[in-house]
Design a protein around this ligand. Structure first.
Ligand SMILES: C[S@@+](CC[C@H](N)C(=O)[O-])C[C@H]1O[C@@H](n2cnc3c(N)ncnc32)[C@H](O)[C@@H]1O
Length: 197
């Protein structure tokens, strides 16, 4: 999981990614609202899983959250540490999350590169990494079917909201909120907030 190919492709383009997308100005105001609102309800440690250049981790820190950024791409962690030293980081991937590590996990476009069969084990690992009552926020590309496409960096998959929601329920989460946004000129966006009992 986090195939060597994904890591290799992001390593090659990490600086470019950080330059174009690694700032809050490059994010959608509705995403900032959702992420800020979600974080304020978590009340404890948050992991920004697949933090990339660290701008969302820094945003969460600014909102008063206790946040740790995790990413399998060392170059991203270097960039994030330099740009946002107030946050702590680890190199790692979803399957390396420790049991009970957090009250909240945000996987903002970081599970999109998993093979479809890898999604359920990844969600199970997120479940184990959360304390009881913990919350998971996932951002992803919305689509009518689980389908691969040529993402600018490396292959990614669309997920229908109802299919990802069903998988989350299978592994023990309850769905609290779903969001879909289809803006002209960008790929359809979706987010799910799910919680453990
Ligand atoms: C599209 S970028 C999103 C980065 C950041 N969350 C953002 O919103 O800008 C995908 C990120 O997921 C990370 N990633 C890829 N596979 C992962 C895995 N198995 N576990 C955790 N992160 C992963 C990549 O290194 C990359 O930083």
């Amino acid at each position: 999981m986090s195939t060597p190919q994904t890591v290799q492709h992001y390593t090659a383009r990490a600086d470019e990614y950080a330059h174009h997308l690694g700032s809050l100005e490059a994010t959608h105001p509705a995403d900032r609202e959702l992420i800020g609102r979600w974080a304020s309800g978590v009340g404890g440690r948050i992991i920004d899983l697949g933090c990339g250049p660290g701008h969302w981790a820094a945003f969460l820190h600014q909102q008063g959250a206790s946040v740790r950024g995790i990413d399998p791409v060392e170059r991203f962690i270097d960039i994030a540490q330099r740009a946002h030293p107030e946050v702590e980081y680890d190199v790692g991937s979803v399957m390396e999350l420790a049991d009970g590590a957090a009250n909240g996990i945000m996987a903002w476009y970081s599970l999109i590169h998993l093979e479809p069969t890898e999604m359920e084990p990844a969600l199970r690992r997120c479940r184990s990494a959360l304390v009881p009552g913990g919350s998971l926020l996932i951002g992803f590309f919305d689509g009518p079917a689980v389908e691969a496409f040529d993402h600018a960096v490396t292959t990614a998959h669309f997920w229908p909201v109802h299919e990802l929601s069903a998988l989350l329920e299978t592994v023990g989460f309850s769905i609290l909120e779903t969001v879909q946004r289809h803006d002209e000129g960008s790929r359809p966006h979706a987010a799910i907030i799910a919680a453990l009992p």
